[in-house]
Ligand binder design. Structure first.
Ligand code: ABN
Length: 178
């Protein structure tokens, strides 16, 4: 008597056989070989193709130096707010209990390590009382007065969140400024 495993392997065999017969019937030997060749060559080339391997980790391509708990840190060049880094969060992550703002202010800062300009997104962390455990930074490079609305950053970016209380600000790299 056939065991369950034997039955299963029989079924798999039949499935594979039917599949191969169908492929063989619907295509000539040449086109079958050409297609298999293309699949093999494609598979071998895939790992050497030049695609972004950082998977969104901006710091992988920007050399870093400096102390991210002080206002002098290079990414904070256009910041107006408290540093989440000193409030239980990090340079890019809101402290527990607060949530990232839906809108942000984007500044352009020069990285002293490579001399290149980077776009930095300043997002406020919302829904918690202001964090007074951090220095208040008001560097504001390239910021303009309130009547130039799009260039003004003295704004609570929690305005579009359900809970609009301002807690602190994070600074994530967006990309190279061209
Ligand atoms: N973007 C920081 C902030 C929050 C409240 C008021 C002014 C600035």
């Amino acid at each position: 008597m056939l065991s369950l495993i034997d039955k299963f392997t029989d079924w798999m065999d039949r499935l594979a056989e039917t599949g191969s017969r169908r492929v063989a019937q619907s295509s000539g030997r040449r086109s079958f070989l050409a297609r298999s060749g293309a699949v093999l060559v494609g598979g071998a080339l895939l790992p050497v193709l030049p695609f972004d391997r950082t998977f969104g980790q901006a710091t992988a391509w920007a050399a870093e130096e400096g102390d991210a708990s002080t206002c002098e840190y290079w990414r904070y060049c256009a910041l107006d707010g408290n540093l989440c880094n000193s409030c239980g969060g990090s340079l890019t992550q809101c402290p527990p209990g607060s949530e990232i703002s839906k809108v942000s202010w984007v500044g352009t800062c020069t990285n002293p390590m490579d001399g290149k300009d980077y776009l930095v997104s300043y997002n406020d962390c919302c829904g918690k009382a202001i964090c007074d455990n951090s220095p208040f930074c008001n560097t504001n490079e390239r910021e303009r007065p309130g009547y130039r609305m799009g260039l003004h950053n003295d704004i609570n970016w929690c305005m579009a969140n359900a809970s609009q209380g301002y807690h602190c600000t994070v600074a994530a790299l967006v990309g190279l400024a061209e």
